[in-house]
Design a protein. Structure first.
Length: 190
C-alpha cells in the first residue's frame, strides 16, 4: 500500500519506502492516481461563447417538481419556484414558492402570501391540490394553449427593456424570460 502524500497527489514519483518495493512476491503494485484537477482556465472568448450558448428556457424542469407535479413549474434557482396559470376569468396569475429558511417555504398568490409549508415538495403538492379553487388546472400545464399564443406588443416591449434584451415567439417564452430576470411578479398585459 502506498502512502498518499502531496507529491503522489500531484502525480510525482514518491517512494517513501524503497526498500520494501522488492520484497517477497516482487514489486508492490502501484495504486493508480486519477488526475481530477480542473481544466486549464478558459479564455475570455470561451467564457463569452459559453454564456451566449446558455439559455435557461431550454433547461429541463426541476427534477424535484417534475417528479411530483405535472404542472409547468419554473425554477427560479435560490429564489424559489413559479407557476403561471389562468384564473376563472382567463387572466394570467401566478403562484410563487419562496424559501423562508427555517420557516419552510412561503406560498404567494400574485402579491399576497397565502400559506407556508415545511418543504418545497409539500408546497408544490399543496398548490397543485388547491389550483382548481383559483383557476383552470389545465392552464398550469406546459402544453396549455395560452403558452403557445403569439407574443403581444406589451410583452415584446417588456422583453426589449431587459438587459440584455430578450426575444420570444410565444407568451410562455416571454413570461419565462421575465420571471427568470426577476420581473415574474409584475404581470405584463398579455
Amino acid at each position: 500500500l502506498e502512502i498518499v502524500t502531496a507529491a503522489t497527489l500531484e502525480g510525482r514519483d514518491c517512494k517513501p519506502f524503497p526498500e520494501r518495493e522488492e520484497g517477497e512476491g516482487g514489486p508492490m503494485p502501484a495504486i493508480p492516481i486519477d488526475d481530477d484537477r480542473d481544466e486549464a482556465p478558459a479564455t475570455l472568448d470561451e467564457i463569452v461563447a459559453r454564456l451566449r450558448a446558455f439559455d435557461p428556457l431550454t433547461m429541463v424542469q426541476s427534477e424535484e417538481a417534475a417528479a411530483i407535479s405535472a404542472n409547468a413549474w419554473l425554477s427560479l434557482g435560490a429564489r424559489g419556484m413559479l407557476l403561471h396559470f389562468q384564473d376563472k376569468g382567463g387572466e394570467l396569475r401566478h403562484f410563487e414558492l419562496r424559501p423562508g429558511g427555517r420557516r419552510g417555504v412561503e406560498i404567494w398568490l400574485d402579491d399576497r402570501r397565502v400559506s407556508r409549508c415545511p418543504t418545497m415538495s409539500a408546497a408544490i403538492e399543496a398548490v397543485d391540490h388547491e389550483l382548481g379553487n383559483y383557476g383552470d388546472p389545465a392552464s398550469a400545464r406546459a402544453d396549455a394553449p395560452w403558452r403557445r399564443h403569439p407574443i403581444t406588443p406589451p410583452l415584446a416591449y417588456a422583453l426589449t427593456r431587459l438587459r440584455p434584451p430578450r426575444r420570444a415567439a410565444t407568451v410562455g417564452e416571454a413570461i419565462a424570460h421575465l420571471a427568470l430576470t426577476g420581473i415574474g411578479r409584475a404581470q405584463p398585459q398579455t
